[in-house]
Design a protein around this ligand. Sequence first.
Ligand code: PLP
Length: 385
Amino acid sequence: MRLEFIPYGQQTIDDDDISSVIEVLRSPWLTTGPMVEAFEADFATYVGASHAVAVSNGTAALHLSMLAAGLGPGDEVIVPAITFVASANAARYVGADVKFADVDPETFLIDVESVRSLITPRTKAIVPVDYGGMPCDYSALQSLADEHGLVIIEDACHAPGAEYQGRRVGSISSMTAFSFHPVKHITTGEGGMVTTESAELATRLRTFRSHGITSDFRKREAAGTWEFDQVDLGYNYRIADINCALGRSQLEKQPTWVAKRREIAAGYTEVLRDVEGLAVQHEPEGRLSAWHLYPVRITGPEAAEVRREVYTRMRADSIGVNVHYRPVYLNTYYRQLGYSEGLCPVAESVYAGLLSLPMWPGLDGASQERVVDSLRQALADLRPV
Ligand SMILES: Cc1ncc(COP(=O)(O)O)c(C=O)c1O
């Protein structure tokens, strides 16, 4: 008998979410209407930020942050090797060069000493990625950024609800980017957000979000004018009211969902932390992960071969394990720019053993047990003691 498939992540949509979207479909505004502002206000409150700018996806959030920070050709941007390609691509969109920082072997997060070693007079920004939902070491990164006059553009696409020394992710860095793709904590279908403390950056983000134009249709209607001015070369990175209504409804459930993710993570950690040949992601003192992923690292000799076999066996057990991520610079596009193997040795060795276990709020105890049993069995078969 084939067991029910357990995906590594999935969205949760209830009747309230559906009603919220239907309400917008019956309203006069499908896009750039009251729901966008309301979602921005709700999200800013949730993360404790002064400003939130909603956009079409997380990649647009990163790209707009680069533009708002004034980054361009000749500038260098430091990005961790282990992340989704979008964190680095955003720097490329504005013509900046990417410097890949190595990661910490226990947290799998950007290594501050590696960042320090990469800083040159051309360095303008650091893009720490809260990988899996775990916040990076922001006090060390901020001191480094202050020392060298760098801007921090935090990629928190995995981390709404995470906390660093009592502060919510989204209220820490100069700009913080979020994604609302269906596999993330909350979804708008496609969507993203940038949060910031700076009114000036928020204005720049809003302008770049809509072609570089300084007003939107509703504002012009209210002011009784047709005139607008395009002051910069922007994009259409707007998000619709339909999506934002879904986002608002999802956000109401987010605190419960993060609590549930923490409970599931604690369950995994409890049973997996002492398994021979396996390391769980370390959550340092003073940090609370939002657990978008639950990544484990297969350690020891031939980790890559063991990981491949464990992946295959768990998939055969109908468990949707996944791998996040191969070091970005090993993708063909970046290889063609001249990056190659050996650039970030820790990231390469972490990647060799990485495996993301199923993690979403609806994952029940029986499913979690199946995941753990399948993983343990695969490891015991492959590495008998
Ligand atoms: C770390 C990270 N950054 C950026 C993104 C891009 O977000 P989006 O898919 O909403 O464009 C993702 C999405 O998977 C991500 O995981």
